[in-house]
Design a binder for this molecule. Structure first.
Ligand code: UT7
Length: 354
């Protein structure tokens, strides 16, 4: 039996670290509120010259080096992001070109916070079917373009300007405070290789998609439902910034993540205590604490890094994989469950033997 084994990983964090206290200089929020409600302590944002594809490329270079895989061997690229460099083309071919890969098929995945798991199933299916042998799977995001503040406000937050926001700017930034404090920029990648008859590899997946509640987390503007698809009026209304009903999404995330995790474990006859790690999407530490408790997991089984990076959307799960591999919490042969929930709504879980 052919399986897709994760043979290397790498990650790249955007350079500018912004603390909760710095965010509180330009909107009505506080370190205490953000920490208590979400677990986020700081996030990193990209500088203007860095795009999503750049974080993906840097992460992919490291993943290939860690795997000991030559660029010429890659025969499939899967790039998951909800913040592509351009409306089109997606980041897949940009990464192919910047990395100097052969002209291999490049898929772009846009299932937001579930993007990495959707990409993993696609990569796994290609490997199992014999269509691909060496896959580069990338999740990367640059969320700073969603942020409502002006350049001057951002400089004030970082302490490089003495000009505070006007009352109007303060109110505008505060309108989006429940959303903007959560996100950060990063890229992470894994290399998957076909292996025959071994124990290791991607074992099973379960993915879901349901659009009934899509307006609870979506970007109302800059889409082809509008003619033209973007215009200054949308920008003035703030329609280029995501709308999120946080409480609704919180409830859906906890219910769906617990259900899908239980389902994958049951189908594969795996008890929660047999899992070395459960890599949960990092949207909110409280969501993950709830899920961990409901699934009966021990604290050391559920690593987190939301406090350092915030929600990096498609990058959260490979970023955790990479961190845990580098610090020795994850070793070849360990059984790992990955679980995510995101906009769409989309959710899923994958069972992998590292
Ligand atoms: O990966 C994408 C998927 N997204 C998610 O999974 C997000 C899921 N939801 C959440 O993480 C949480 O709902 C939030 C962190 C977004 C919000 O936490 P909450 O405990 O659900 O707060 P809330 O929205 O019910 O708001 C409680 C209060 C409100 O004030 P009032 O009406 O009680 O006076 C908000 O206006 O907290 C206020 N608030 C804030 N206060 C300070 C909202 N955001 C902030 C903020 N700073 N940043």
């Amino acid at each position: 039996m052919t399986r897709a084994v994760i043979v290397g990983s790498g990650s790249e964090i955007a350079p500018t670290r912004v603390t909760n206290a710095q965010m509180a200089r330009i909107m009505d929020t506080s370190d205490e509120w953000i920490r208590e409600r979400s677990g986020v302590e700081a996030r990193h944002f990209a500088t203007p010259e860095i795009a999503t594809s750049d974080l993906g490329v840097a992460a992919a270079e490291k993943a290939l080096a860690a795997a000991g895989v030559a660029k010429a061997e890659v025969d499939l690229v899967v790039f998951a992001t909800m913040t592509p460099d351009h409306y089109f083309p997606g980041c897949g071919t940009l990464l192919q070109h910047k990395l100097g890969l052969r002209t291999v098929p490049c898929f772009d995945i846009r299932q937001q916070c579930s993007g990495f798991l959707y990409g993993l199933q696609l990569a796994d299916a290609h490997v199992r079917s014999g269509l691909a042998k060496t896959v580069l799977l990338v999740g990367a995001e640059v969320h700073i373009g969603f942020m409502p503040w002006t350049r001057e406000n951002y400089a004030y937050a970082l302490g490089t300007s003495d000009v505070p926001p006007t009352k109007e700017e303060w109110d505008w930034n505060s309108r989006f405070r429940h959303l903007v404090v959560l996100f950060g920029d990063a890229g992470a990648a894994v290399v998957l290789r076909a292996a025959e008859d071994g124990e290791r590899g991607v074992l099973d997946h379960e993915l879901h998609g349901a659009g009934a509640d899509y307006e609870k987390l979506y970007v109302p503007g800059t889409g082809f439902k509008h003619r033209p698809y973007t215009d200054p009026e949308q920008f003035k209304r703030g329609d280029h910034i995501p709308v999120m009903d946080g409480r609704h999404v919180f409830k859906m995330a906890t219910t769906s993540m617990v259900e899908v995790a239980r389902s994958v474990l049951q189908k594969n006859g795996v008890a929660p205590d047999q899992l070395k790690l459960v890599l949960m999407h990092q949207a909110n530490q409280r969501i993950n604490e709830y899920c961990a408790k409901a699934l009966g997991l021990r604290e050391e089984q559920v690593p987190h890094n939301i406090h350092k990076y915030g929600n990096t959307t498609a990058a959260t799960i490979p970023l955790l994989w990479d961190e845990c591999t580098r610090d020795g919490r994850l070793r070849p042969g360990d059984l790992v469950l990955m679980v995510a929930f995101g906009a769409g709504m989309t959710w899923g879980a994958s069972l992998v033997r590292a």
